[in-house]
Design a protein around this ligand. Structure first.
Ligand code: SF4
Length: 396
């Protein structure tokens, strides 16, 4: 049976950051019990295809759920996928004292992997980012999770923060490595403000950061910071396996790796996306009330779906394949699309090679180290003209 993956979206946040473009709601803590019931109702009306391998609680702030609520949702999923042999259950958590989760309870509920939104171990950076925690709180949360028995912890870090020098970033990387996480993700900050507005931001947290197309406020410095991350994290024994992700041996995120390999997944919760692994992608209602009402009446809370045509699937195979450091298997691509990517896209590949963005190594078409700084520039030429006209975003 084909491996399958489950994403569970938890949109609640203590405060909604002005810059956030995830599906989030603030100040709705009273709705969490109702939302948990809705997740279970949605699970009950969803098909349970394939062999469930990973579960991922993302947000929002999933650590606002109690351990008992997490356990209920997981129980619902495991009931649905009878006989599931789940290998990895991840939960995203904020390392803030004001929302300290019950780490022991979460571990007992079955969560096997934590993704901690540390972002920085420098209080100046954390203030700049308007994060609701300090570096000490992040360290305390990490230590508490370890004491509770979590043996697989990932931490997120951000570079390209205004005022963060190359040396600051080096110190931050070394401080993070000293903690000894199994996995590190480094994301570039995307500013929503022009640099001259930055001195007096009009509202708290007017920043955006994301994993994909990034407009950096200081392109050269951010590039140097990315290269430094490759050097420092690599020297500490972590494998760089995806543009933003490093892991100790055997600790790559199985759930996210499934996305990059275009495996099928089911997404439940407000705004969650699902993909059948072939041509159909659907997404849920984003509005919390609309989602709750639909789930409570026993409907599938799907907002819409799209059928991906063959050129779009080929583009996604290339864009997601290039996110992986090992690159795209030409044989794998040929098996799915009838010809290898170099035959199908001779001009795009030649241009990418001439610009030193792409290289071929054995069976793999992959980004060069230089190309890793310009991943979207390397991928976008493969976009079908119809999608380019619609300005389709690169898959995350
Ligand atoms: S950035 Fe994080 S904490 Fe802020 S609203 Fe978005 S998900 Fe919530």
């Amino acid at each position: 049976m084909q491996p399958h993956h489950l994403y569970i979206h938890v949109p609640f946040c203590r405060l909604v950051c002005a810059y956030c473009d995830f599906v989030t709601v603030g100040g709705h803590a009273r709705d969490i019990p109702r939302y948990v019931d809705a997740l279970l109702a949605e699970l009950a009306v969803r098909p349970a295809p394939g062999d469930l391998r990973t579960v991922y609680f993302g947000g929002g702030t999933p650590s606002l759920l109690t351990a008992a609520q997490v356990e209920r949702v997981l129980g619902g999923a495991l009931d649905r996928w009878t006989g599931a042999a789940v290998e990895e259950i991840t939960l995203e958590a904020n390392p803030s004292e004001r929302e300290t989760p019950d780490w022991v309870g979460l571990r007992a509920a079955g969560v096997t992997r934590l993704s901690l939104g540390v972002q920085s171990l420098n209080d100046t950076d954390l203030k700049t980012l308007a994060r609701g925690h300090t570096a000490r709180e992040a360290r305390d949360a990490y230590a508490a999770a370890r004491r509770a028995g979590f043996e697989n912890v990932s931490i997120d870090l951000i570079y390209g923060i205004p005022g963060q020098s190359l040396d600051d970033w080096r110190m931050g990387l070394l401080a993070a490595l000293e903690l000894g996480p199994e996995h590190i993700s480094c994301y570039a900050l995307q500013l929503a403000l022009a640099p001259d507005e930055w001195a007096a931001p009009p509202r708290r947290g007017a920043l955006r950061w994301r994993t994909r197309v990034v407009e950096r406020q200081d392109e050269a410095l951010a590039s140097d910071q990315y290269r430094l991350a490759e050097e420092v994290i690599g020297a500490a024994g972590y494998g760089h396996y995806e543009l933003s992700s490093w892991a100790l041996p055997g600790r790559a995120s199985r759930h996210n790796s499934a996305y990059w390999a275009r495996r099928p997944y089911t997404g439940i919760g407000a705004g969650a996306h699902s993909y059948d692994g072939a041509a159909e992608r659907s997404w849920n209602l984003r509005d919390l009330d609309a989602y709750l009402r639909a789930a409570e009446t026993g409907e599938r809370p799907v907002a819409d779906l799209e059928t991906l045509d063959e050129p779009t699937r080929a583009f996604e195979a290339i864009a997601l394949g290039l996110r992986r450091i090992e690159g795209l298997s030409q044989r794998g691509f040929a098996a799915e699309f009838g010809e290898d990517p170099i035959e199908r896209f001779p001009d795009q590949v030649a241009d990418g090679r001439a610009r030193l963005l792409l290289e071929v190594a054995g069976d793999q078409l992959r980004l060069t180290p230089h190309g890793r700084l310009y991943a979207s520039d390397a991928s976008l030429p493969f976009l079908p003209p119809a999608d380019a006209a619609r300005q389709v975003e690169l898959p995350a």
